[in-house]
Design a protein around this ligand. Structure first.
Ligand code: HEM
Length: 399
């Protein structure tokens, strides 16, 4: 038992080491040999598909760390009302109000704006022979789209890009109390508060107006929760979408036949995206807390313990996915954890899918003879929201 504990703990430590960022998958493969194991006095690690799925649906497992025995460090006031960190029933009440604003019409209505933005970003690189996909494309696209969805006027988008950059770094607990990040939270909160006031006076057909008017039959949010939710929507959809676009292009450039197939059959884009969400997911693992004592796979987990649910390991569990280490967009029944599962399933999944569909279709169509300049590319340090910091791509010409 003792050796199991230390070996899984050392695997997790290796996973957190930035040196593992380019290819953490051999570590996940080793973790899969031990479905559930204790990491340290507070945390347990769960790596296999069925165990993760079970916990995501178990009402005695929560996300609110204040109910755990682990002290909350660095969580800012503004994040305390995030549905991402709340449990039912409060979670469900607020989530319903958000979901009512994510109407299918509003989300599919974004398609045109997404397509225009993709075209503009690519046209800006038209005369180049090489560009950094992250800086020139993957990074700016999601902020522009979320600003449009929320109803942030275009002239304010540049400020949003700066806040999104700053606040995304603030998600890293090591930086959570950085004064620059505190300032960015204050500024964006103030901005959102003005936006809400403005929309109450002059309603429009946008998400900010929908939330601000508060005339949903399911109830209304107080202003503090409203501001906090709008900031969550900006942040939750930012780095994740950046990484899905970048991870997809990296994977396709490493699998040129798949890239060619996508060029020839753009309707395959859905299959490609779902497979990247399994094979190289932007969210590698998530955290939960045991609300009661529990036993899982023969391991006793005391109430209040933390659980690291290793999505990226479960997505390569050979018990659920044939030849799990192969990138195979044609695999049947690809029920990955890329957007999570259960009550916290990603609110923005339909929007993210639209953005990445348009992005990949256009990138694969317009870039002639694209190729990687460095492999592996440099990665950002974050182990949870994992993705390349830069992805230089060379090409012969752009259509
Ligand atoms: C939750 C992934 C884009 C908003 C989640 C979760 C995952 C995820 C894995 C569940 C976390 C957990 O169970 O602990 C992704 C990926 C995206 C993406 C891979 C892009 C490719 C977006 C976008 C938005 C968004 C565009 C908003 C516009 C949210 C919210 C939650 C969430 C609000 C919390 C839901 C809850 O706790 O009930 N996302 N997401 N996401 N996502 Fe996304």
């Amino acid at each position: 038992m003792h050796s199991t504990k230390t070996s899984v703990a050392s695997l997790f430590e290796r996973l957190l080491d930035p040196a593992s960022r380019p290819n953490p998958y051999p570590i996940y493969e080793q973790m899969l040999e031990i479905p559930v194991a204790q990491l340290d006095e507070n945390y347990f690690l769960v790596s296999t598909y069925h165990e993760i799925l079970f916990l995501l649906h178990d009402p005695s497992v929560g996300k609110d760390q204040r109910k755990s025995k682990i002290p909350v460090e660095g969580l800012r006031d503004v994040a305390k009302q995030w549905i991402l960190f709340l449990d039912p029933p409060e979670h469900d009440r607020l989530r319903r109000l958000v979901m009512h604003q994510f109407t299918p019409e509003r989300i599919t209505g974004m398609q045109g704006r997404v397509a225009d933005t993709v075209t503009q970003l690519l046209n800006a690189q038209r005369d180049q022979k090489q560009f950094d996909l992250v800086d020139a494309f993957s990074y700016p696209l999601p902020v522009t789209v979320i600003c449009e969805l929320l109803g942030v006027p275009r002239e304010d988008e540049t400020r949003f890009h700066a806040w999104a950059d700053m606040l995304t770094y603030g998600l890293d607990p090591a930086l959570a109390m950085d004064p620059g990040i505190t300032k960015a939270f204050e500024e964006i909160s103030q901005y959102m508060s003005q936006l809400i006031a403005e929309r109450r006076m002059h309603p429009r057909d946008d998400l900010a107006t929908g939330l601000a008017l508060g005339n949903d039959p399911a109830g209304r949010m107080d202003d503090e929760t409203l501001i906090s939710t709008m900031i969550l929507l900006l942040l939750a959809g930012h780095e994740t979408t950046v990484n899905l676009i970048t991870n997809s292009m990296l994977t396709l450039l490493r699998h040129p036949q798949e890239l060619q197939k996508l060029r020839d059959h753009p309707e395959r884009v859905h299959l490609v995206i779902e497979e990247v969400l399994r094979y190289d997911p932007p969210v590698q693992f998530a955290t939960r807390f045991a609300l009661t004592d529990m036993t899982l796979h023969g391991v006793t987990i005391p109430q209040g313990s933390g659980l690291r649910l290793m999505f990226a390991a479960g997505d390569r569990d050979p018990r659920c996915f044939a030849h799990p280490n192969e990138f195979d967009p044609d695999r049947p029944d690809n029920r990955h954890f890329g957007f999570g599962n259960g009550v916290h399933y990603c609110v923005g999944a339909p929007l993210a899918r639209i953005e990445v569909q348009v992005a990949l279709t256009e990138l694969s169509r317009r870039l002639i003879q694209p190729r990687l300049v460095v492999d592996p590319p440099p990665y950002r340090a974050n182990a949870v929201l994992r993705g390349p910091q830069h992805l230089p791509i060379a090409f012969d010409r752009m259509e």
